[in-house]
Design a protein around this ligand. Structure first.
Ligand code: F0G
Length: 463
């Protein structure tokens, strides 16, 4: 029996009509898109779960803030409002706005990484991995073993394997590890949280070897919700206190604000030490790539919406509803026997496509197969988080094999209702029931050298 749905702590003030297409029209559309979900038009999707990034619904307060945006090129009041809010929440001494998460990576990573260096993470997301490689260095994923086993219900499956991390440091030489990155929540491992204890232990190892520690903070609020719920030492703390404590263990953060800050565009870099020599380098890189450092590629109105969203994102009633939506969907999947990275993570279920299509090998991309079938079935757009997304080894050009073959249903914040969630579950059940009819997966007919999944062309593998 599905659990009770946690009701929305808001009501709807504005609506956005959706397009309804037939199955035949969707089959035509996905073929035209060369079976790449990123090449479908938004208007061809009924429920769009491609990402929870920048697809969130802003509040009336944020929209009101938009009208008050100060568009001064330098020193806008919206910049100061944003910086004050971010300093208050993260406890960092320097805050640099940028236009999105990958801009933060582009500005910051080359100051630590170059040819011959390595970066270690509990798991890099696709753009962070790409920016490590673009800086000339090599990424190493070091997620805990629990995170690699979707059916194992354990807490904090997003954690770093601290022992293994220390072994890697010794093996490669501490001087060659340019950066350690803690991704919270661990997106590629299924939006799985990282515990306070794990962050502390990683921080201790980094200090021991004098390696800088960066938090990839896209879903810091959802992570903090899990910490409060599941970690004894933090159960009486507020979300804000948890965020501050977690960030105190790192030296800096890069953040895509398009997730937990509940806006459509934005990002930031935070540096703990207000005297850090890094700050001048960041400002210089920002002026070259993003724009003057008091706007960082954003409009004044974006900064205003961000300042408000930072607080809305850590509101406990909101986070309880957000997590409740996930738990409700997870309980429907449990009832139907559909495997996913369990327990459910912070931003949606990562369905174990390898379990649904055991006969389809990793190099025919089971996660992509499920994404395509869900689209055909119900107009639900999702994406592969598996070997298709992982891509090829940058040195050998060979297809890498992902630990997991997931299809991610990334649920935008404050956008979809309980009946949409039911449609997601119903469609997954229908597709799973017909899984044996899909004999083969897909092959890539064209791909760019980096971040291929956004643009590649695919075709069905024939008999
Ligand atoms: N880090 C993490 C953990 C992310 O999930 C993302 C983006 C980024 C960095 C980059 O941020 O998109 O603002 O440049 N993730 C999106 C996703 C795209 O669909 O999960 P960005």
């Amino acid at each position: 029996m599905a659990i009770k749905y946690v009701p929305e702590p808001f009501r709807i003030k504005m609506v956005e009509p959706l397009t309804m297409m037939t199955r035949a029209e969707r089959e035509e559309a996905i073929k035209r898109a060369d079976y790449n979900m990123f090449r479908l038009k938004g208007s061809e999707c009924y429920i769009d779960l491609l990402t929870d990034s920048g697809t969130n619904a802003m509040s009336d307060k944020q929209w009101a803030g938009i009208m008050q945006g100060d568009e001064a090129y330098a020193g806008a009041s919206s910049y100061y409002r944003f910086v004050d809010a971010a300093k208050d929440i993260f406890g960092y001494g320097f805050i640099q706005p940028v236009h999105q998460g990958r801009a933060a990576e582009k500005v910051l990573f080359p100051t630590f990484l170059s040819q011959g260096k390595y970066a270690i993470s509990n798991m890099f997301f696709d753009t962070t991995r790409a920016h490590v490689i673009l800086a000339g260095a090599r990424p190493i994923d070091c997620c805990c073993e629990e995170g690699k086993n979707p059916s194992l219900r354990a807490k904090f499956k997003g954690n770093m394997d601290v022992e293994k991390m220390e072994e890697i440091i010794k093996e490669k030489g501490a001087e060659n590890i340019g950066l350690v990155v803690m991704t919270i929540t661990n997106n590629s491992a299924g939006g799985q949280p990282v515990s306070m204890k794990n962050m502390r232990e990683v921080s201790e190892v980094c200090k021991k070897y004098n390696i800088p520690l960066n938090i990839d903070a896209a879903r810091y609020a959802e992570n903090s919700y899990f910490v409060k719920r599941d970690e004894e030492e933090c159960k009486d703390m507020t979300i804000k206190e948890i965020v501050k404590k977690m960030f105190s263990y790192a030296d800096m953060c890069t953040m895509s604000a398009k997730k937990d800050t509940i806006v459509n565009m934005g990002g930031m870099i935070g540096i703990k030490d207000p005297e850090s020599p890094l700050i001048l380098k960041i400002k210089a890189n920002c002026i070259s790539y993003e724009g003057f450092y008091t706007y960082g590629g954003l409009n004044g109105r974006d900064l205003e919406a961000l300042a408000i969203g930072l607080y809305e994102g850590i509101d406990e009633n909101y986070l309880k509803y957000r997590n409740g939506q996930m738990e409700y969907l997870a309980s429907r999947l449990d009832d139907a026997g559909i495997a996913y990275q369990a327990p459910i993570g912070g931003h949606g279920p990562f369905i174990d496509a390898a379990q649904i299509y055991p006969h389809i090998p990793y190099y025919e991309f089971p996660g992509q197969v499920l994404a395509i079938e869900l689209y055909k079935e119900a107009g639900i757009r999702t994406c592969d988080i598996g070997s298709y997304m992982l891509g090829n080894d940058p040195d050998t050009g060979k297809q890498l094999r992902s630990d997991n073959e997931f299809t991610r249903l990334a649920i935008p914040r404050r956008v979809y209702t309980q009946s949409h969630i039911d449609i997601m579950a119903d469609a997954l059940i229908e597709v799973r029931d017909h899984a044996k009819e899909i004999r083969h997966g897909y092959k890539i007919t064209w791909e760019p050298p980096i971040l291929r999944h956004f643009q590649a062309s695919l075709a069905p593998v024939e008999n």
